[in-house]
Design a protein around this ligand. Structure first.
Ligand code: FAD
Length: 493
C-alpha cells in the first residue's frame, strides 16, 4: 500500500504524528506541501492595498520556504523528498493522490474553521475516488473537548483549565512519534514534480528582510532557539515581562509552523519544573497551556472566526468610528500615539514581525480602551504583521485585552500605558531602541514626555510636537469614556 503525507503547519520530520502513522502503515510514503492560493490571494490583496507600488513581501512566506528547503533535505537524506505545489489544496491534494496512486492521505489536524471546511472538502473528494483521508492530533497535547469541566462543558477561564490540563497529563501524551523510515520506504518526488516547485516569485512575493532579522528558520533554527532558551529558562518568570531583556523563548513562529514539536517542548518544560529552580520552567509551561487553551476555545466556539465576541453581550459595544477614529487608528498602527511604550511596541511589530507579549497586551488595551476603537481592527493589523500570527492565540489575546473574551478580570480594570511603561521599561531602554527620537530624553520623562516642563527637555535639545508627538488622547478622560461605553452594554464584567 502507499500513502501521501500532506504537511501544513507541521514543517518538520521528527516527532510527527501523521508521518509516523503513514510510515507504520504503508510500504511507500510520499510527502507534499501546498502553498494554498485561498490563503495567499487575500494576503496579497491586503498587502497590495497597503503599498503604493511594487511586489509585496511577507516574512512568513520566506520563513515557510526556508523550512521547506530544510524539510526536503532531511527527507532526501532518507531517500524521499518533498513535493511542493501551488494552488487550491482541495484540487491539488486529490489530484496528487491520483497521480501517485496512493490509497490514503495522512495529515495532522488543524482547528481553524476554514481549515476544517477545507479538510472536509478534501476528504469528500478523496472518498469519492475510493481513497481515505485520515487526520491526527499533533499540534497540541489535548485537543477540542479532551479537557472538560465537571459539568462536561468547555472551560471559559484559564486557571481551572490549566489545573485540569496538568492533572490529566501523562507520559504517553508527550511521548514522541517515531519516524524512522525503512530503506526505500519514502518516495522521491519525480523530476517532473520537482521542476514544478514554485519559487517566491511564482507565489507573487518579493524577498522580505527575514534574513536580516534574528529569527533562525527551519527545524535547526528552532532547535538553536530552544537550546539558547534552556540556558535562561530558570529566569523566565522574573524576566519575561521586560521587553528590553532577552526573557522569552522567541519560539512562537516555530510553534506556528510546526518546525518544533509541542510534545518535545512540554516534555522539556515539565522535566525542568522538577529542578530546584523550576519556577521559570513552570511559568513557561503555563504559557504553552495558554496556547492550548485558546485552540480549545476556538475549536469549541467556531463563531469566533466570524468576528463574534466570546461573551455575546459585548457585541453591543459602540466603538468610535469616523475620520477621527481613522486618524487615531493610523497613529496607533504607525507608532505615533505620543505614548512612548505603545509606539515602541507598534514599531517593533512592523520592523520585525514580532512584538513582546507585554506590549501586545499594552498596545491592544490602548486601542480598545484608550482610543475606543473596535478590537477587530487591531486584530486584523496584527494578523497582517505578526510572523507568529495564529488565529486562535491572536483572537484570544485581543478579546482578553478588550474584556470581551476569556478573562477572569472585569472590564473596569484598564491598563494605564504610563504606569505599564514605568514598571516594565523603567529606564526606557526598549522605548529608545524603537523610538530613537526620545534618545536624549532622561529616563524620568521618557514614559510621558508631555509631563516635563518644556525647558527641562530643551536642555537636551528635545521639543515635544517637533521631535515627537504629544499624546493623541488623555488617558484619564479616555478611561471615563471607556467605562461608560462598557457600562452601556449592561454587562457587569
Ligand atoms: P514565550 O513567552 O516564550 O512563550 C512560549 C510559547 O507559549 C509561545 O511561543 C506561544 O506559543 C505560547 N504562548 C505564550 N503566551 C501565549 C498566550 N497569551 N496565548 C497563546 N499562546 C501563548 N501568540 C501567537 O503565537 N500568535 C499570535 O497571533 C498572538 N497574538 C497575540 C495577540 C495579543 C493581543 C496578545 C495579548 C497575545 C498574543 N499572542 C500570540 C500571545 C503571546 O504574546 C505570544 O505567543 C508570545 O509573545 C510569543 O513570544 P515567545 O515565543 O517568545 O513566547
Amino acid at each position: 500500500s502507499s500513502a501521501l503525507v500532506w504537511f501544513r503547519r507541521d514543517l518538520r520530520c521528527d516527532d510527527h504524528a501523521a508521518l509516523s502513522r503513514a510510515l507504520a502503515s504503508a510500504d511507500r510514503v510520499w510527502c507534499a506541501f501546498v502553498f494554498d492560493t485561498t490563503i495567499l490571494a487575500p494576503l496579497l490583496r491586503c498587502k497590495r492595498a497597503g503599498r503604493h507600488s511594487g511586489t509585496p513581501a511577507d516574512r512568513r512566506i520566506d520563513f515557510i520556504l526556508a523550512a521547506l528547503v530544510e524539510l526536503d533535505r532531511a527527507l532526501q537524506k532518507q531517500g524521499g523528498g518533498l513535493i511542493v505545489m501551488h494552488g487550491d489544496p482541495t484540487d491539488c491534494i486529490p489530484r496528487l493522490a491520483e497521480q501517485l496512486g496512493v490509497d490514503t492521505v495522512f495529515a495532522n489536524r488543524d482547528y481553524e474553521p476554514a481549515a476544517i471546511a477545507r479538510d472536509e472538502a478534501v476528504g469528500r473528494k478523496l472518498k469519492a475516488a475510493g481513497r481515505e483521508f485520515v487526520t491526527f492530533k499533533d499540534q497540541v497535547i489535548f485537543e477540542r473537548d479532551e479537557i472538560l469541566n465537571k459539568q462536561g462543558g468547555p472551560y471559559t477561564v484559564f486557571t481551572p483549565y490549566k489545573r485540569a490540563w496538568l492533572l490529566r497529563l501523562a507520559p504517553a501524551d508527550v511521548a514522541p512519534y517515531e519516524v524512522g523510515a525503512r530503506r526505500g520506504q519514502l518516495g522521491a518526488p519525480p523530476d517532473s514534480m520537482r521542476a514544478q516547485r514554485p519559487s517566491l516569485k511564482d507565489l507573487g512575493f518579493a524577498p522580505s528582510d527575514l534574513p536580516a532579522l534574528k529569527l533562525p528558520t527551519g527545524m535547526s533554527g528552532a532547535a538553536r532557539l530552544l537550546d539558547d532558551f534552556i540556558e535562561r529558562i530558570d529566569r523566565y518568570d522574573e524576566q519575561r515581562n521586560f521587553p528590553s531583556v532577552k526573557g522569552p523563548s522567541y519560539l512562537s513562529t516555530h510553534l506556528r509552523f510546526g518546525t518544533i514539536s509541542i510534545r518535545s517542548l512540554v516534555r522539556t518544560a515539565h522535566d525542568l519544573t522538577l529542578r530546584p529552580r523550576g519556577g521559570g520552567a513552570s511559568t513557561w509551561l503555563s504559557e504553552l497551556i495558554w496556547r492550548e487553551f485558546f485552540f480549545m476555545v476556538l475549536a469549541m466556539n467556531p463563531q469566533l472566526a466570524s468576528g463574534a465576541s466570546f461573551k455575546p453581550e459585548y457585541d453591543a459595544l459602540r466603538w468610535e468610528t469616523g475620520p477621527q477614529a481613522d486618524a487615531d487608528f493610523d497613529a496607533w498602527r504607525e507608532g505615533r500615539t505620543g505614548y512612548p511604550l505603545v509606539d515602541a511596541g507598534m514599531r517593533q511589530l512592523v520592523q520585525t514581525g514580532y512584538m513582546h507579549n507585554r506590549l501586545r497586551m499594552v498596545t491592544a488595551s490602548f486601542l480598545a480602551k484608550d482610543l475606543g476603537i473596535d478590537w477587530r481592527r487591531g486584530e486584523a493589523h496584527f494578523e497582517q504583521w505578526l510572523n507568529d500570527f495564529d488565529f486562535a492565540a491572536n483572537n484570544g489575546g485581543w478579546q482578553w485585552a478588550a474584556s470581551t473574551g476569556c478573562d477572569a478580570q472585569p472590564w473596569f480594570r484598564i491598563f494605564n500605558p504610563v504606569t505599564q511603561s514605568k514598571e516594565y521599561d523603567p529606564e526606557g531602554r526598549f522605548i529608545k531602541r524603537y523610538v530613537p527620537e526620545l534618545e536624549a530624553v532622561p529616563a524620568k520623562f521618557v514614559h510621558a514626555p508631555w509631563l516635563a516642563a518644556p525647558e527641562q527637555l530643551a536642555e537636551v535639545g528635545f521639543v515635544l510636537g517637533r521631535d515627537y508627538p504629544p499624546p493623541i488622547v488623555d488617558h484619564a478622560k479616555a478611561r471615563e469614556v471607556t467605562l461608560a461605553r462598557y457600562r452601556a452594554t449592561g454587562a457587569r464584567g
